[in-house]
Design a protein around this ligand. Structure first.
Ligand SMILES: [Zn+2]
Length: 176
């Protein structure tokens, strides 16, 4: 199976079963038989760039694909009704056991997240946070292979898990 965007996985109308389902500009599917129309938009995710006072960044070594073994940052997809700021606080606690209390929006970049051959369009939002220390961090079992404290400049670009993360790290370093 190929890694296709979400709309291209629909063959039949989900409402009436028609085979005449049309894909419009990659953004929606439309059924000429029953007028069913379904739009597809990028989903939202939020990640936290958490630094201590010495400039070390907390990274999450991914335990699962996509990008297993590569470096991500604490973060994830929004739940229904959830604010992006809440996502980073919740995901940071889940993945690292770290409590962060205030986050500041930094930048966003588009990304593609492929899971089981479905290529999801995502808008990744990045937030900055600072902590006094990383004492007490603990990797979430099963989800996180390890936690590391790194100097971003010293991490090879290919070690970052996603293009959007490479872009935000580059932006951060350029603005230092
Ligand atoms: Zn239909």
């Amino acid at each position: 199976m190929s890694k296709k965007p979400v709309p291209e996985h629909f063959q039949f109308c989900p409402r009436c079963g028609s085979e005449k389902l049309l894909l419009r500009e990659g953004k929606c599917v439309e059924c000429p038989d029953c007028d069913f129309t379904l739009y597809f938009n990028p989903t939202c995710s939020a990640g936290a760039l958490i630094f201590d006072r010495t400039g070390k960044l907390l990274v999450v070594e991914r335990a699962k694909d996509p990008s297993k073994g590569k470096y991500g940052i604490p973060g994830g997809f929004t739940d229904f009704g959830e604010r992006l700021e809440e996502v980073v606080v919740r995901e940071t606690k889940e993945e690292t056991n770290l409590d962060i209390h205030s986050v500041r929006f930094f930048a966003s970049f588009p990304n593609t997240y492929t899971y089981r051959d479905v290529a999801y369009a995502v808008t990744d939002s990045y937030f900055l946070a600072q902590v006094d220390s990383f004492d007490g961090i603990e990797a979430e079992a099963g989800e996180v292979a390890g936690l590391h404290l790194v100097i971003p400049q010293e991490v090879p670009a290919e070690q970052w898990a996603f293009d959007s993360l490479r872009e935000v790290i580059a932006k951060y370093m350029a603005e230092l």
